[in-house]
Design a protein around this ligand. Structure first.
Ligand SMILES: [Zn+2]
Length: 157
């Protein structure tokens, strides 16, 4: 996987959103008062599955900013200019394609819903997932890569 200069500009535009959302892009340590993500923040920056989801968040944010809607299919994100290299939408551990569920299922944080997640609990008893706000306001979408306990998925089935 290579990143070229073309993708850098778009990534830079999104960097501030990432930095505040989930500590993407090698951001420094989370503030101590961020209790919801601090436990998983370091794993989210090193786990291959979480990093793949971070990569997917880039074109997802840009798609949303352009279309003011989520894409119908994840594969559409490969068509976002500058993100042609993002074309693998499966968990690197299980090999299973990520579930893409635009309406989403409830996330541990009740203000958010999970729209992309591991098809199986391939990471211990957790799945990596991408959360977005339940009520998307004006302005850029706020996405987070989160580790979700398997019990959360058992409930929603
Ligand atoms: Zn995974």
């Amino acid at each position: 996987m290579t990143r070229n200069h073309r993708t850098f500009r778009a990534a830079a535009i999104l960097a501030c959103v990432f930095a505040s959302a989930a500590g993407c892009g090698g951001a420094p340590k989370r503030a101590a008062n961020d209790t919801t993500t601090s436990a998983t923040a370091s794993a989210a920056n090193t786990d291959p599955c979480a990093m793949r989801l971070h990569d997917i968040c880039g074109p997802l944010l840009l798609y949303y900013a352009t279309n003011h809607a989520l894409p119908a299919r994840l594969e559409q994100l490969s068509e976002v200019p500058g993100f042609e290299h993002v074309k693998d939408f499966s968990c690197p551990v299980s090999g299973e394609p990520y579930v893409y569920n635009p309406p989403g299922i409830p996330a541990p944080d009740p203000k958010t819903r999970l729209i992309i997640y591991d098809a199986v609990p391939a990471h211990g008893k957790t799945r990596w997932a991408v959360s977005v706000p339940v009520e998307a306001g004006e302005g850029p979408l706020v996405v987070k890569v989160v580790a979700v306990p398997e019990s959360r998925f058992a409930h929603s089935r």
